[in-house]
Design a protein around this ligand. Structure first.
Ligand SMILES: [Zn+2]
Length: 390
């Protein structure tokens, strides 16, 4: 192993206890999207103490961080990312506490040898991954301009580096009907709930005819007030996902057609709203991913990829990967039987195995940052590949 990479690995071991404390602290203080003040302050303080120039509250987001190591010279710019938001009711059931600690660990470990490395080292604290699109906002604010490689780790039940993610758009459908006594004068009413139910039924008829890997799933958020009142308002919330951005957009049109058909059938008025931030599909950079895999192998972490037909989620790292070469590497923290966004995954995110995976991730991210900063041939291949793909 290269001497600088050995130093990065040893640096992570040296600060391992502190990184574990950070992972535990964030796990014990779960904060929802864009309210991650405890976690963001914790990371900002650690980075400042290590000599980074830290800006907390970038891109108009109070809990977003841009930190830059002061040793800057000609060469590539590498960005290590950390997420730290939790889920409602379940806490850190996506393990973002481990992402934050690993990203911090990589930044500190490389930072400690940065005066021997060319280029620029950045850490981005990216809030609101769970539906907030923190990275989408940070990309739009230009924070990734000039970045040559962006990378992060995500805990999983598999170790796999070149995995994509689904493009996603969130939709709110509202129907406006007319209230009337449901028994005394139903003919005077227009049933908004029926329109929602008809939308679901039409959508279910569509399912046979959509491509494998796409997902359309929803919940009813308003189904009326009382059985004896014809519902004058009803609403549903859907996620539309597909492996490609274009097909996601096509499916969005089909969902709209289902809702328009329901409006026509029932007489209710439709409001169809795309809400929140749409996430683009992940475009994993193979050249960067291969460098990461070589480092994982050097650390003795075997790959354990999922079956090809296994379901995927979505991430706002997709948007980053569309503007700069990027990887979103998964490292196994639990058995395959454990699902993400579950209570079991929240427990795994603070288990001994989870914390060990976090340290491996910190080392592999740091070592891959050294690769990018010191290997112009790797940077050339990353960029060539990035330019090639759509
Ligand atoms: Zn996540």
């Amino acid at each position: 192993m290269d001497e600088l990479k050995e130093a990065v690995r040893d640096n992570v071991d040296r600060i391992a206890d502190r990184l574990i404390e950070v992972a535990r602290d964030i796990h014990e203080h779960p904060e929802l999207k864009f309210a991650e003040h405890h976690a963001a302050n914790l990371l900002a303080t650690e980075l400042k103490e290590a000599g980074f120039a830290v800006e907390l509250g970038v891109a108009g987001l109070d809990t977003a961080i841009r930190a830059e190591h002061p040793a800057v010279s000609d060469g590539p710019t590498v960005a290590i990312l950390g997420e730290y938001d939790a889920l409602p009711e379940l806490g850190h059931a996506c393990g973002h506490n481990l992402i934050a600690a690993a990203g911090l660990g990589a930044a500190l470990a490389v930072g400690a040898v940065k005066d021997r490395l060319p280029g620029r080292l950045l850490f981005f604290g990216t809030p609101g991954e769970e539906g907030g699109g923190g990275k989408v906002i940070m990309v739009e604010a230009g924070l990734f301009d000039g970045v040559d490689a962006a990378m992060m780790f995500h805990p999983s039940s598999h170790t796999v580096v070149d995995r994509g993610s689904l493009a996603i758009t969130e939709v709110v459908i509202e129907f406006h009907g007319k209230a009337a006594h449901a028994s005394g004068a139903p003919e005077k009413g227009i049933n908004a709930l029926d329109a929602v139910i008809q939308t679901f039924n039409s959508l279910n008829a569509l399912r046979q005819h959509i491509k494998d890997g796409a997902r359309i799933h929803g919940i009813i958020t308003d189904g009326g007030a009382k059985p004896n009142i014809v519902p004058e308002h009803a609403a549903a919330n859907f996620y539309v996902r597909a492996p490609e951005n274009e097909y996601r957009d096509e499916l969005l049109g089909k969902l709209r057609a289902c809702a328009e058909g329901a409006a026509l059938a029932t007489g209710a008025r439709l409001e169809f709203k795309v809400v929140g931030h749409s996430y683009k599909a992940m475009k994993p950079n193979r050249a960067l991913g291969e460098a990461f895999v070589r480092n994982l192998e050097a650390l003795g972490e075997p790959l354990s990829p999922p079956k090809p037909d296994e379901g995927m989620g979505s991430t706002d790292m997709g948007d980053v990967s569309q503007v700069v070469p990027a990887i979103h590497a998964y490292i196994k923290i639990c058995d395959e039987s454990v699902a993400g966004h579950s209570r079991e995954f929240a427990a795994a995110s603070i288990s001994a195995r989870g914390l060990e995976a976090m340290l491996i991730a910190a080392k592999a991210l740091g070592m891959t940052a050294v690769d990018v900063l010191t290997d112009p041939e790797l940077v050339r291949r990353m960029k060539e590949e990035f330019a090639e793909k759509d």
